[in-house]
Design a protein around this ligand. Structure first.
Ligand SMILES: Cc1cc2nc3c(=O)[nH]c(=O)nc-3n(C[C@H](O)[C@H](O)[C@H](O)COP(=O)(O)OP(=O)(O)OC[C@H]3O[C@@H](n4cnc5c(N)ncnc54)[C@H](O)[C@@H]3O)c2cc1C
Length: 445
């Protein structure tokens, strides 16, 4: 039985604490005692999403939409492990994050793919499905960590203290004289938090580099001659949730997923208000905005009541893969995290081509189309903060090895979004869950 210190209580931290408890003496150090936004200063491109990282029990999973989607096998080409290595943990993570088996989702996905083909959308265009459970989970609560034999410490970890042999001895907290000692340290402070702690500890010379997110936004409106009313969002009783199938455009470097969303009577709304409304239900300004966002109302009715209002007008919502940034994107200013998000001209050109490409593929189904002139400026963060302590085959290419251990150290692991080298067009929550369950098994062995 080892003393395991888990730093951060997000998806990964909650799962690790929950599943290691009993087998080890577990201490979780989380910077906030209740759910509050993580203070983030966007130095580069603005996030476009207010509150894009969580803090407190559950971390960002108290803010998230809980959309679960699997990586494609080829996305692992930049990883030091294979899709098969992670596959069993994907299944277990899907259950932990939603209560639903991944097989059940795949069955409905096959039905949906066939329905898209019937509507005239070639199966080669459709990607992996995105599944939204009806009720989102805060992992700290759903794992019931508070009821388990886990010691909880509230505070911000500034750095780790190491001996000369690359072994961490203790975590130093801001404003606290007494460090927290342990045998094994797992950084689960998120894509914005973990690189900071490593950098302050003099570890992982590449920590904070290779940042990538998923730029998201509405890019075009189409009027269709095909009927996709029942399939743009498929509510399924067996799944107790909704399934969406993206159309995927691929280049050698990156992928672009496009989801249909109903345009609603007033249409041409480049920014959704649903996300903010979900996390700030008592803000009256958001309800005023919602009145003009009829597309959001139509979408909410489909998600919550399973009723798809008939329409032929849809907007295309893009979720783009970002080639990892080369600069050190993540830093700190006192207690505030700084993020330098860059979408360069190469990205703009590739995304522009992908938009043109998907519209060309859809041309036989489209009566009218408009690409939103401001689509690039309107792109926002998906809050999939990734890559900043990425796994790699060598220390020249990343921060952690294939077992998630920080190169050159004996007992320091990273397990959160920062570990993900490449995410294709897939939201990262499910992958983070799978990585956490894999590390749990390694530490429990
Ligand atoms: C509005 C919104 C919607 C989203 N929707 C989806 C979705 O549909 N599907 C999906 O897959 N993903 C979604 N995401 C992203 C998803 O929530 C995150 O990718 C995921 O929760 C990250 O988990 P994590 O464990 O890596 O880190 P986090 O959840 O960010 O947890 C890190 C924790 O570490 C703590 N911490 C940080 N630094 C320190 C420190 N120095 N000391 C101590 N504690 C520290 C933080 O307070 C936080 O609690 C969404 C995010 C947002 C904001």
């Amino acid at each position: 039985m080892a003393q395991v210190v888990v730093i951060g209580a997000g998806i990964a931290g909650s799962l690790l604490a929950s599943r290691l408890a009993g087998r080890h003496r577990v201490t979780v150090i989380e910077r906030a005692s209740r759910n509050v936004p993580l203070p983030v200063l966007d130095r580069g491109r603005p996030a476009g999403l207010d509150e894009h990282a969580g803090c407190g029990p559950g971390g960002s999973s108290y803010l998230w939409h809980n959309g679960l989607i699997q990586l494609e096998d080829e996305d692992f080409s930049g990883w030091p492990i294979t899709a098969a290595d992670l596959s069993p943990y994907m299944e277990a993570a899907h259950r932990a994050l939603s209560g639903v088996a991944i097989d059940s989702v795949q069955q409905v996905e096959a039905e949906l793919r066939a329905a898209f083909a019937d509507a005239g959308v070639a199966p080669r265009l459709t990607g992996h499905s995105l599944y939204y459970p009806s009720h989102r989970r805060n992992l700290w609560k759903s794992e019931d960590v508070a009821a388990k034999p886990v010691t909880r410490v509230t505070g911000r970890v500034e750095k780790l203290l190491l001996d000369d042999g690359g072994r961490a001895l203790a975590a130093v907290l801001a404003g606290r004289a007494e460090p927290v000692r342990g045998d094994v340290f797992v950084l689960t402070a998120g894509g914005l938090g973990s690189p900071q702690v490593l950098a302050a500890s003099g570890l992982g010379p590449l920590a904070g580099r290779f940042y990538h997110d998923h730029p998201v936004g509405f890019v075009a409106e189409v009027t269709l001659n095909a009927d996709i009313n029942r399939i743009w969002n498929r509510y399924d009783r067996r799944l107790k949730g909704s399934l969406r199938l993206p159309l995927v455009m691929r280049t050698a470097r990156q992928k672009f997923a496009f989801y249909f969303r109903p345009a609603g009577p007033t249409a041409l709304k480049a920014k959704s208000v649903l996300s903010e409304l979900r996390n700030k239900p008592f803000d009256p300004r958001l309800y005023v905005r919602l009145l003009t966002h009829t597309n959001d109302i139509v979408e909410a009715i489909s998600l919550k009541a399973g009723i798809n209002i008939p329409t032929r007008r849809f907007v295309l919502y893009m979720c783009a893969e970002q080639v990892p940034q080369t600069n050190v994107a993540i830093g700190a200013e006192g207690e505030t995290v700084t993020r330098d998000w860059v979408l360069d001209e190469d990205f703009r050109a590739a995304a522009g081509n992908a938009i043109a490409g998907v519209l060309a593929e859809l041309a036989p189904l489209v009566e009218r189309q408009t690409v939103f002139p401001t689509w690039f400026d309107d792109l926002a963060t998906a809050a999939h903060h990734s890559g900043t302590c990425r796994m790699a085959a060598t220390p020249q290419d990343g921060v952690c090895d294939g077992e998630a251990r920080v190169f050159g150290t004996k007992n320091i692991y990273v397990c959160d979004g920062s570990l993900i080298p490449a995410a294709g067009y897939a939201n990262t929550g499910l992958t983070i869950g799978a990585l956490a369950l894999r590390l749990t098994e390694m530490l429990n062995a």
